[in-house]
Design a binder for this molecule. Structure first.
Ligand code: NAD
Length: 340
């Protein structure tokens, strides 16, 4: 059974990817220090998959500790690197935290990967690298723009670090997966997004408003040049996103070393903020209290993926609908009530 090291494997996207790796016959090994996740997720992963998952609690920027993991598991064939800080707003307030963890962590992981001759690397990038694009639908060759936040900047820099490292050491290959907007939760409602404090993303804010943790949702601006005036994003179910990582690992294992490719991982369909609220209300038979607030600086007006490359090269397409994702998010949020 092929072993794949998953940094950030108890986080939102990482945990769903661990499930999909096991379902596809891989043996994931998790490295996470729980700075933005909870150990109970490991029990939930065991419950979903019926397997005890090997995990190491450590900071992936700790070269010595990470090297010990590779010494214990000499057959690790690939690394999926999720571990990073991800709050755009916080990154503007504390940029060094982001440069330190997101870039420092990546550099250490790559050093260790080279030392132990690991063959495949999958990186969590983001559509934020496209900035405010000229056309709302982006392909992988759409120009990378100056990032609107230090967080976005780390993704651009990390992509470049990976490209330069592969070029200088063409003995492994890599994919840069540019995620659009992950939403939803596992259909079992056993794992999902666990925001700490006030959520930064729309859907956890909606679900927390629905269950009374937040009083009301603010929609940031309704006079953008879009059909209903609110921003448009490409929302993708986290299980579909997780499956893209498995396809990326499979694809890399048939590609020569020295290859680095970026892929848009989105549905190809844009939805507005108001559409998401209305769909959530309809599918869950609920009303969400919301108010229109001022625009936020740096918000891109509209962006969605052209996912053709992921379809033709990785043989991957998103299957779930937005309604499925919003149902699953709500089921997950309700399940959290029993934890408190
Ligand atoms: N969620 C999104 O909207 C989104 C969109 C685009 C890209 N991404 C990227 O995808 C990746 C995963 O995002 P997520 O939403 O699952 O985030 P998350 O915070 O839920 O998961 C990240 C995990 O990494 C761990 N971690 C962070 N730094 C670490 C370190 N130095 N050592 C060990 N563990 C560490 C955290 O404890 C957490 O479990 C990140 O790189 C993020 O930037 C996320």
């Amino acid at each position: 059974m092929e072993e794949i090291l998953v940094t950030g494997g108890t986080g939102y996207i990482g945990s769903h990817t661990v499930v999909e790796l096991i379902e596809s016959g891989y043996k994931p090994i998790i490295v996470d220090d729980f700075r933005n996740s909870k150990p109970f997720i490991l029990d939930r992963l065991a419950e979903i998959t019926g397997e005890e998952i090997t995990q190491y609690k450590l900071d992936c920027a700790d070269e010595e500790a990470l090297s010990e993991v590779f010494e214990k598991h000499p057959n690790i064939a690939g690394v999926i690197h999720f571990a990073a800080d991800k709050a755009v707003g916080e990154s503007a307030i504390n940029p060094l935290k982001y440069y330190d963890n997101n870039i420092g962590g990546l550099v250490t992981v790559l050093k260790v990967l080279l030392k132990f001759k690991v063959q495949h690397f999958v990186f969590s990038s983001s559509c934020t690298v496209y900035g405010e694009p000229e056309s709302p639908v982006v392909i992988e060759s759409t120009p990378i723009q100056n990032a609107a936040s230090p967080y976005g900047d780390t993704k651009i820099i990390c992509e470049r670090i990976i490209q330069n490292t592969v070029q200088a050491n063409p003995n492994f290959n890599a994919t840069l997966l540019r995620y659009f907007n992950p939403i939803g939760a596992h259909p079992s409602a056993l794992i999902g997004e666990l925001p700490q404090g006030i959520p930064n993303n729309l859907v956890p804010y909606i679900t927390q408003t629905a269950n009374g943790i937040r009083e009301s949702l603010t929609v940031y601006g309704d006079d953008y040049p879009t059909e209903d005036g609110t921003c448009i994003r490409d929302y993708i179910h986290v299980v579909d996103l997780a499956k893209a990582h498995v396809n990326a690992i499979k694809w890399l294992s048939n590609e020569p070393a020295g290859v680095v490719e970026a892929f848009n991982i989105g549905t190809g369909k844009g939805s507005s903020v108001l559409e998401i609220i209305r769909t959530f209300e309809a599918v869950n038979q609920l009303k969400i209290k919301y108010a229109i607030g001022p625009k936020r600086a740096g918000d891109v007006i509209q962006i969605y993926a052209n996912p053709t490359k992921a379809k033709t090269v990785l043989n991957w397409t998103a299957k779930y609908t937005i309604a499925d994702a919003l149902k699953h998010s709500w089921n997950w949020e309700k399940s959290l009530l029993t934890l408190k």
